[in-house]
Design a protein around this ligand. Sequence first.
Ligand code: GLU
Length: 462
Amino acid sequence: MTTITRFAPSPTGTLHIGGVRTALFNYVYAKQNNGLFLIRIEDTDRERSTKEYEKNILDNLNSIGLSPDKEPIHQSNRNEIYTNAAEKLIESGNAYWCDCSPETLEIMRNEQSAAGKKPMYDGRSRNLGLKRSDKTVLRLATPENGEITVNDLIRGEIKFQNNELDDLILMRSDGTPTYHLCNVVDDYEQKVTTVIRGEDHISNTPRQIHIQQALGYAPLEYAHLPLVLGEDKKRLSKRHAATSLDEYQAEGYLDVAIINTLARLGWSGGKNEVFNLEELVRDFDFKEVQKAGAIFDLTKLDWINSQHLSQLDQTSFKKILLPHIDNLNIDYSDYNQLDELIESMRSVKPNLKLIAQSLVPYIGNFKEYDEKGVKKFLTGSERTLSLVLEMLDNLEVWNEAEIDKHLAKLQEKLELPTPKMNQPIRIALTGSTQSPSLGLTIKLMGKNKSIYLLKKAIDFLS
Ligand code: GLU
């Protein structure tokens, strides 16, 4: 039997990073079993679902390489299929009409709570033989005794007592089908074999199995993934970090690094920490997925991104960095050492946007001096800066070794410790206390610009 998985987003918001992780595990499991990965748009909530969100979700998945093997289907245009399934359930005696008003249900729940019982629908309309009207909902006649077992690839067997589950609603009084009915019918219609979704759906699963059984569908395999948490162990939200995929792509995190990081949200197997999608498909195993919530850690994403960036050759690296430099709107057409600059700076920061920003002092103008650096190093360094300026002005050969040699000589003459010598120069040239070796920094800055910036810093100090 062909393994078929599906990602079934509700288009009521942009694609969340946790959703990308669910889609990824569905994709990987299908591919490693030579199966199919499908998408189903669960857009039955007409008020909250929008075409914009749907487009965002599908575009994002495509952009990261998680494209489905068939055209996505939409629940909003499959009403007839759900109605037919509901008819079948009525005919077989597995569903019944219930006319309890919201007030009746509330009184029922209050009485149950007062008696120390779990509030749930008590099945009072089940044997009344009510007919359909504009006030009735259709309910599933859930078995009253026995238990249901969910076979979970991560959690093993999970058992639920049937008497804990009430008769859930399959169709609302306006005739629209509910999430549970549509979800079960579509998994059957799409020939899904394996349902991989978030842990928050565990409590839905026994209910959905009851619908499946009542419709005579074959059982499915399940995997309920651990929740994605922020560093404080609460569900990942915008308070913790950006939660949408496109924000990470815009910052210059590689797709392969995002996939690598998301796969690590729960899965700890495999030989290496750094891998691509193909290797993930080869090595992934649900047996190695944890049950506990998985923390999304930005420093880990940074590290993994740096590792993937370092694997790129210079040409590929430059190609993907250039759009980020272009985004800075700096005219660097006169700067003639771009290749060498990129080569020297490519590992200074963890993402392409930050790497591009760190090139600004060389190809454009930095905005201001780092405040702490000014206090700690620049103040009082006028004499050093003037002497460096004079030395550079007289230098005939302009290369890293030559510049370093003359700087060392000067430092010896001034009897200065290295930070006192180097940091004021760094700040004067780049505005910050971080740059490659000083000889290289000055070389990449160019003679005229170095002299101009040293003068500017001396002026700033006076
Ligand atoms: N539409 C549901 C959700 O977005 C899908 C649940 C499922 O995968 O079965 O949570």
